[in-house]
Design a protein around this ligand. Structure first.
Ligand code: BDR
Ligand code: CA
Length: 309
């Protein structure tokens, strides 16, 4: 049995970020949690992270970071996650504030203090790009960056996924940084849905936390099912970036060169995956997650919920 990965989870909770936190609390050594504006304004994503850390009994440090993308104005995803960023349950007040150090300083100091850190970004890549720009040595020090973003199709536009679309300049910095990237894109995460029976399993996994988390999932799934054709429930995007490190046997992967488009009329924020079968092609900068064993993956989520205090 390998040791749990040492991670900093950089997130914008967000329902699926919340489950990434819960799975990480059980199966990772969480060195810290950092928050970014994305699904909701920074104050709300930070508050939501504080609540979820309480629910899963995590005492990991929590630091808030960037409140807007590098270049473009902030846009939020209340049409998916509700006004709070995590609608759907009467959640308790958080017990503790965020720590005072800024997320960027925390990321830089932590990665420099050891040689075994994975960054796990599940929101726009603003914090990670700012850290890599201020401290370019981080790219070589990191074990890697396991991120949720992009894919072979989009959701915010036909070609661009929300996290990359919201801050394409940051995403380009991260993909070009030289750090090993593991990418959970939409072509993968749409195969990992919170169907009604899976939500029921979360609900019955824990007497106190289960019903709260099931409420969140029913809200999140409601917005997915109402907005899409052929969905059984919400895509649990962000959990995949944690599972890729803790349960790599759930996935089939490929090594690819991935670039982020910044200038296209229809493709700004698109992750362009070089799928050509040429012998002479750019060397891979990313491990692209291609398929997931969704039933087994969801049972890992249920185990993590069961482990909440
Ligand atoms: C991503 O956008 C957010 O709404 C989710 O939390 C996920 O990180 C999916 O496009
Ligand atoms: Ca997210």
């Amino acid at each position: 049995m390998s040791l749990p990965p040492n991670i900093i989870l950089d997130c914008d909770p967000g329902h699926d970020d919340a489950f990434a936190l819960i799975v990480a609390a059980k199966f990772c050594n969480v060195l810290g949690v950092t928050t970014v504006a994305g699904n909701a304004p920074l104050e709300l994503t930070t508050r939501n992270a504080r609540i979820i850390l309480d629910l899963c009994g995590s005492t990991a440090p929590l630091h808030s970071g960037a409140d807007k993308p590098l270049v473009q104005p902030p846009v939020f995803a209340d049409y998916v996650h509700g006004k709070s960023g995590m609608d759907g349950a009467e959640l308790p007040e958080p017990s503790r504030p965020a720590d005072s150090t800024h997320a960027i300083d925390f990321i830089i100091d932590t990665v420099r203090s050891r040689d075994d850190v994975w960054l796990v970004p599940t929101g726009p890549l603003t914090n990670v790009a700012l850290a890599l720009t201020r401290a370019p040595d981080l790219a070589a020090r990191l074990r890697g960056i396991s991120l949720m973003g992009g894919g072979r199709f989009g959701n915010r536009t036909p070609s661009a996924e929300f996290n990359i679309w919201l801050d394409p300049e940051a995403a380009a910095t991260v993909f070009m940084s030289g750090a090993p990237i593991v990418m959970a894109g939409l072509h993968l995460t749409h195969e990992f849905q919170a169907s009604p029976p899976r939500i029921a399993a979360v609900e019955s996994a824990h007497p106190r936390v289960g019903p709260l988390l099931a409420g969140l999932l029913r809200f999140f799934s409601g917005t997915y099912v109402n907005r899409h054709v052929g969905f059984e429930g919400a895509a649990m995007h962000d959990v995949c970036s944690v599972l890729a490190l803790t349960h790599p046997d759930l996935f089939e992967t490929s090594s690819k060169y991935v670039a982020v488009d910044l200038h296209g009329n229809h493709t700004r924020g698109m992750t362009v995956i070089d799928d050509r079968q040429l012998i002479d092609r750019p060397s891979a900068n990313a491990t692209v997650l291609e398929t997931i064993d969704a039933d087994r993956g969801f049972s890992v989520i249920v185990d993590a919920v069961r482990a909440c205090p």
